[in-house]
Write a protein that binds this ligand. Structure first.
Ligand SMILES: [Fe+2]
Length: 480
């Protein structure tokens, strides 16, 4: 810590990023440096920072960061706790500098549900104080929550020049590039971060997204497996999400048994009360079922943890996955209650969130509930109505793809053949290496009497499947 007098009798200290912090002693600075590293590393020691924030009596930045951490939990308790931390921070905020006042404004906006205002403040902060990496991280989190890929990228671009020595910043930049479909640049930035420090999970994550988008599943499995020894110190979101990504690659390689095993061993069970763990579980079970896997009684356990969330509505992206999990578990009364609650939430939507809640979430939720019951003729048009409005609900491209896959499944079962074919052909163009897409196309061609095309697609699917098996044998040293 570098510290000096500020000329008014107050103490002026700087954190490890060189940012001025008001009323901070050496312990407060150490706690801020610790939480910055730990948050950027998606570490599992964040409770240690919360304990420091609880003890702090003069430095407003500690309870302020704690408030943001609580808000990022997406839970009612987290939200209430954030209000208490913000009140404590404001009581310590006499003499706060401009950056700290911006933090207070952004936190107030988040608590009030005005996340675009919070994002705007963090974007401005990224220009004004590009060394404030936690501010940038939270700004990207808000942009992610709005499906605002350009916003994620903008923040990465603003902080990069002032942090060229910091691998976490290359990873933050990489994810924005990937979500804007600038895959080559994204992968280069992420691999640069890994070259600087191979233990950067957000960089692993960005590479996984790039490989997923290009249908490079074999490479994805090998890459993630080669990095997985570094994930033990990750928090439950990052840990379960990276294994979730590995499971997606396995599913597309027809290795669904291994994906289900990962679900049991890595994806579900780390922190069952946490929103992010829950959606990783829902999304993985749903994707396995769409490939014909019997997941047994697993939905029942997940639904136990989803039931307290019927009226939360922190994010339409989370809510839709909670609802689908409940519906697949056969929790009919919880589904009915949540559907009504979602309709109320959509009616109260502010202008900036109307598209997400009213145009997407309400029809999508009804469509997902119908699909979960096997009522495909009802599900297909409802999901079709929601699909053009999907982006603003938030989440990544790979995560939102779940809803497209369920929509496609409904279309195929309801014999909306032309619509299903258009989607499958687009999928095939985008990721021509996925055998399951070709099999689905073959089934559809056969259904509409296009036998030659069906035979060609079946042949290609078998060639791909053979290639997967040969590559796996080479990797494991087994005989094909
Ligand atoms: Fe991801």
């Amino acid at each position: 810590m570098r510290s000096s007098r500020d000329g008014k009798g107050g103490s002026l200290a700087r954190d490890g990023q060189g940012l001025e912090v008001s009323n901070a002693n050496a312990e407060a600075i150490a706690a801020l440096d610790f939480v910055t590293r730990e948050w950027l590393a998606f570490g599992n020691r964040l409770p240690e920072f919360v304990a420091a924030a609880d003890k702090e009596e003069s430095c407003a930045m500690l309870p302020l960061i704690a408030a943001n951490l609580m808000l990022s939990m997406n839970s009612a308790e987290g939200h209430e706790s954030a209000k208490r931390y913000l009140a404590r921070a404001k009581a310590m905020a006499a003499g706060a500098n401009a950056r700290e006042r911006a933090w207070i404004a952004a936190t107030e906006a988040w608590i009030a549900g005005d996340t675009p205002a919070a994002q705007k403040t963090h974007e401005d902060m990224a220009s004004e104080w590009p060394r404030d990496l936690l501010s940038a991280k939270i700004g990207q989190l808000h942009a992610f929550g709005h499906g605002d890929a350009e916003g994620i990228l903008r923040i990465g671009e603003r902080i990069l020049p002032a942090n060229a020595e910091n691998h976490y910043v290359y990873a933050m930049h990489a994810f924005g590039l990937e979500e804007c479909n600038r895959l080559d640049e994204a992968e280069t930035a992420a691999r640069k971060a890994i070259a600087m420090d191979r233990r950067d999970p957000w960089a692993h994550h960005a590479v996984a997204h790039c490989l997923e988008a290009r249908g490079k599943m074999g490479e994805g499995v090998a890459f993630l497996q080669s990095m997985s020894d570094t994930w033990e110190s990750c928090n439950s979101f990052m840990y379960t999400h990276l294994w979730w990504h590995l499971a997606l690659f396995l599913i597309d390689l027809d290795r669904t048994d291994e994906a289900l095993e990962l679900y049991d061993k890595r994806v579900w069970g780390v922190w069952k009360e946490f929103s992010e763990d829950q959606i990783n579980a829902v999304s993985l079970l749903a994707r396995l079922e769409l490939r014909g896997v019997d997941v047994g009684p697993r939905w029942t356990d997940v639904a136990t943890y989803l039931k307290p969330r019927l009226h939360e509505h922190f994010s339409p992206f989370l809510d839709l996955q909670y609802l689908y999990g409940l519906a697949r578990a056969g929790e009919a009364s919880a589904v009915t209650e949540m559907l009504a609650s979602l309709e109320d939430r959509a009616e109260q939507a502010k202008p900036f969130e109307r598209e997400a809640w009213a145009d997407c979430t309400v029809p999508a939720a009804h469509g997902l509930a119908a699909h979960a019951k096997g009522d495909h003729a009802e599900a297909a048009p409802l999901l079709g109505q929601a699909m053009p409005h999907l982006k603003p609900i938030g989440g990544s491209i790979a995560q939102r793809a779940l809803f497209g896959a369920i929509h496609l499944d409904a279309l195929m079962h309801a014999d909306w053949n032309d619509a299903a074919m258009a989607i499958l052909q687009a999928d095939e163009r985008e990721r021509p290496t996925v055998a399951a897409t070709k099999r689905a196309l073959a089934g559809l061609y056969r259904k509409v009497g296009r036998t030659e095309q069906a035979l060609a697609a079946e042949y290609q699917a078998e060639q791909l499947a053979r290639r997967y098996r040969a590559a796996q044998s080479r990797a494991t040293g087994a005989t094909p």
